[in-house]
Design a protein around this ligand. Structure first.
Ligand code: FES
Length: 282
């Protein structure tokens, strides 16, 4: 059973994003970044037991680096993927779980290159050519705004340039650190109106299936993809990115996506083309 959580007030600006490091990360730096993120965040919030096994394998095979693993530490008995903790994710895992859902959606926390992620499956292809309707979850592509509310551009401005940003195989993976103070939001880690098995179009706070950050109750809608902007904490440079919409709470903007592909076995792998998008926490 998921735990019940009340909404919590956001703290003051303490710990808000600031600018302190480099603008661009290469593949090698990202591998180190993943390691540091996992040790710093996961060790603190989820426990370190078994941590070594989620790091890249010696020599770093391609599959080992890019494959996404389930992460159910501490929830092995409650999460639907508890028995799959640290196992590689496949699309079929999500399809099977979605078949049990009112909204035909499913999601899970995971680890990709040592960093926390959330993968969500939505039966988009089933409803993509029908009018949007409550309960029939599908992806929507829209304009995004910056933290002042100013419109900055449309998701399709980005996906037209790189179609790999479009959801692949009805799957969306996001970088799992909150844009508020960098906690790790989850897929139905808790039980409340925001995480119900229900869906409404538009990316507002009605309907469920939100990613919920238990630190200060920010909500994110993994079915609404938009253009967002954020800041590289290393050096203060700003960047635009494809993300999922912030539906409510103190987080300033949505969470960046990590494009995914399926390998020959149906396993889910993340692409490393947009590493700068994941630099707003350190
Ligand atoms: S860290 Fe504050 S709402 Fe997520």
């Amino acid at each position: 059973m998921a735990r019940d959580y009340d909404l919590k007030p956001a703290p003051s600006s303490e710990g808000a994003l600031d600018a302190t490091m480099t603008s661009s990360v290469n593949r090698r730096q990202f591998l180190r970044y993943g390691f540091n993120t996992a040790t710093g965040v996961l060790a603190a919030s989820l426990g370190v037991l078994g941590f070594a096994s989620i790091l890249l394998p010696p020599g770093g095979t391609n599959e080992g680096e890019l494959g996404v693993k389930f992460w159910a530490k501490g929830r092995e008995d409650s999460a639907w993927y508890g028995a799959k903790h640290e196992q590689l994710m496949s699309k079929q895992d999500f399809v099977d779980e979605a078949a049990k859902s009112n909204t035909e959606t499913s999601g899970a926390a995971g680890i990709w290159n040592g960093v926390p992620v959330v993968v969500t499956y939505v039966t988009h292809s089933k409803y993509a050519n029908t009018p949007v309707s409550n309960g029939k979850a599908r992806f929507q592509f829209t304009e995004g705004v910056d933290e002042t509310g100013k419109t900055i551009g449309h998701f399709e401005d980005l996906s037209d340039a790189d179609p790999r940003l479009l959801p692949s195989e009805n799957l969306v993976m996001i970088f799992g650190r909150c844009t508020h103070l960098c906690c790790i939001p989850g897929w139905q880690l808790v039980s409340n109106s925001f995480t119900d098995d229900s869906w409404s179009p538009g990316g507002g706070d009605d309907g469920g299936t939100k990613l919920f950050c238990i630190c200060h109750s920010s909500r994110f809608d993994p079915t609404v993809l938009e253009m967002n902007t954020n800041r590289n904490r290393s050096n203060g440079s700003t960047f635009r990115y494809a993300g999922i919409r912030k539906a409510g709470g103190p987080a300033p903007v949505g969470l960046p996506i990590i494009p995914v592909v399926l390998n020959a076995s149906g396993g889910i792998e993340g692409l490393t083309d947009y590493l700068d998008w994941y630099t707003y926490c350190d």
